[in-house]
Write a protein that binds this ligand. Sequence first.
Ligand code: MD3
Ligand code: FE
Length: 206
Amino acid sequence: WVEPVTPGAVILRRFARGCARELLAGIDAVAARAPFRQMQTPGGFTMSVAMTSCGALGWVTDRQGYRYQPRDPQDLQPWPLMPPAFLTLGQQAAESAGFPGFMPDSCLINRYLPGARMALHQDKDERDLRAPIVSVSLGLTARFLFGGLSRRDPVRQIPLEHCDVVVWGGPARLAYHGIMPVRPGEHPLVGGVRYNLTLRQSGKNE
Ligand code: MD3
Ligand code: FE
């Protein structure tokens, strides 16, 4: 079922149910080549979320700043190819939400162990902010924080559960958002962890 969040954003509850195992196999395949790592923020803090990427470009952060780059900074190799199941799901979700022609060139994979969180932020490192972002939650439930276009706008908490897919586009694309610390638990398929895939069109398309 479809749950509107705000203009431009919809939650497709359980949309990934049919492909969860394939997505998890894709995560394992990517992580075998480009392991999860906790990156440094430009301010020098270590992120509690561990990340890796696949596709033509991957999102990285270090003391130099945030950016997308074609190679993994750990081994200077190109990022792993995007698993076909990621691309198919992302395109189907975007289309269902009213964004046909979504061509993601990057998927950031976030891994949350208990206690990991993501502070309120905007995603604005992508070159074309007209393209939506598709996010897929797997494993432990998270309390997602959703604010407005200003950091001072009120923040809502929305639970995101296993196989929920959210499409963020239009006026929601630059909204502040984050994740509360993940609580310990055990998911029958995924174990004691939460994964989030975010499919992005990070470079220029045309
Ligand atoms: C709203 N990830 O990777 S997904 C991120 O669950 C990120 O790992 C969170 O925020 C996570 O940048 C939240 C939901 C999400 C992703 C991108 C958005 C919400 C968004 C972009 C714009 C607005
Ligand atoms: Fe984000």
